[in-house]
Design a protein around this ligand. Structure first.
Ligand SMILES: [Cu+2]
Length: 332
């Protein structure tokens, strides 16, 4: 696998701020075609099924279904916590974390530990800053977080805890000369499933103009773990599936309702969309290109059709995309 972060700067960066890129990945020794075959062969029989080694998993595993694929390692800048990347920072200095979730199937909670940060952009687009020390990030999302390093010589881990589990990865910010203590790759407690709590509170720094939708596409997220079939509106992707049609200049809304028991990060190419409603509540949310749609939830996103082309639109869990949760959107 070859992957790398691509950072496009907009000129608004503070030159006295140190930029630290953290790219997250999930790694398996099992080849992807074997993983997919195991997922497709899995029988659920009304229970939560078997893991990829054929071992029965707990039938009382709480909803929703998370982490279909059991990965062998979780990486931050290609390292596990057994030998994490250590980035030297200035005590009292300013840092801009650029966190990129390049995982195939895994979502995380970013845990800043003792540090507090301001989330200033999601998927590369500014939001009104939100202060915190714990931020969710699903597959394909990006978070820009500004921090001030305390004026002490110390090590500050930036961790990513796998959603619903204890396994984690991360890097270490080392201020001054200090020792980096060993950090366990296992957190003390399992993290909760990702929610839209943060998404509901995000507000675009520069929202779309207030405007009624000219066109709304309803997109049900459909499928099941049984046979590992995933689709939009119950039609798995094939070349015969017609594109969603829009016309240049329209305000388009896509109303995505997740009818499955798995969360799906929905991603549109060629556009940024604004999150404008969650479960019927309208608000001027973040502009971004990937939004999490948890089970039994409706998320409406809006965009102005200003970039004609034939664009992919898909769940960014790569095995879901491959299994059929993929569509296109087209205009000339
Ligand atoms: Cu999905």
């Amino acid at each position: 696998m070859l992957s790398a972060p691509l950072i496009i700067r907009d000129g608004s960066e503070n030159p006295s701020q140190q930029e630290v890129v953290v790219m997250l990945a999930d790694f398996s020794f099992t080849p992807p075609d074997q993983i997919l075959a195991q997922l497709q062969a899995r029988q659920t029989d009304g229970m939560r099924g078997m893991d990829m080694h054929g071992t029965a998993m707990s039938a009382i595993k709480s909803e929703p279904d998370l982490n279909d694929v059991q990965y062998d390692a979780f990486l931050a800048n290609s390292h596990t916590l057994a030998d994490p990347e250590v980035v030297t920072v200035e005590p009292g200095g300013r840092v801009r974390l650029r966190i990129v979730n390049g995982s195939s199937m895994s979502a995380y909670h970013i845990d800043l530990g003792q540090l507090e940060g301001d989330l200033i952009a999601v998927d590369g687009i500014r939001v009104q800053p939100v202060r915190g020390h714990n931020f969710p990030i699903t597959v394909a999302q990006r978070l820009d977080i500004e921090l001030t390093i305390p004026k002490i010589a110390s090590a500050f881990p930036v961790l990513a805890v796998l959603e619903g589990e204890r396994r984690r990865t991360g890097i270490v910010l080392l201020a001054g000369k200090g020792q980096v203590a060993r950090i366990s790759g296992i957190a003390d407690a399992a993290s909760p499933p990702l929610t839209l709590g943060l998404e509901r509170s995000l507000r675009a720094a520069e929202p779309l103009a207030d405007r009624k939708a000219d066109r709304t596409h309803v997109l049900n997220l459909t499928g099941s773990m049984q046979g590992y079939r995933w689709s939009f509106n119950n039609v798995p992707w094939s070349k015969d599936v017609p594109p969603l049609i829009v016309t240049e200049g329209e305000r388009v809304e896509i109303a995505a309702t997740n009818q499955t028991m798995m969360p799906h990060p929905v991603h549109l190419h060629g556009h940024s969309f604004q999150v404008v409603a969650i479960d019927g509540h309208r608000f001027a949310g973040a502009l971004r290109d990937t939004v999490l749609v948890p089970p039994k939830t409706t998320v409406i996103v809006a965009f102005d059709a200003g970039n004609p082309g034939w664009w992919a639109f898909h769940c960014h869990l790569l095995y879901h995309q491959h299994a059929g949760m993929f569509a296109t959107l087209r205009y000339d």
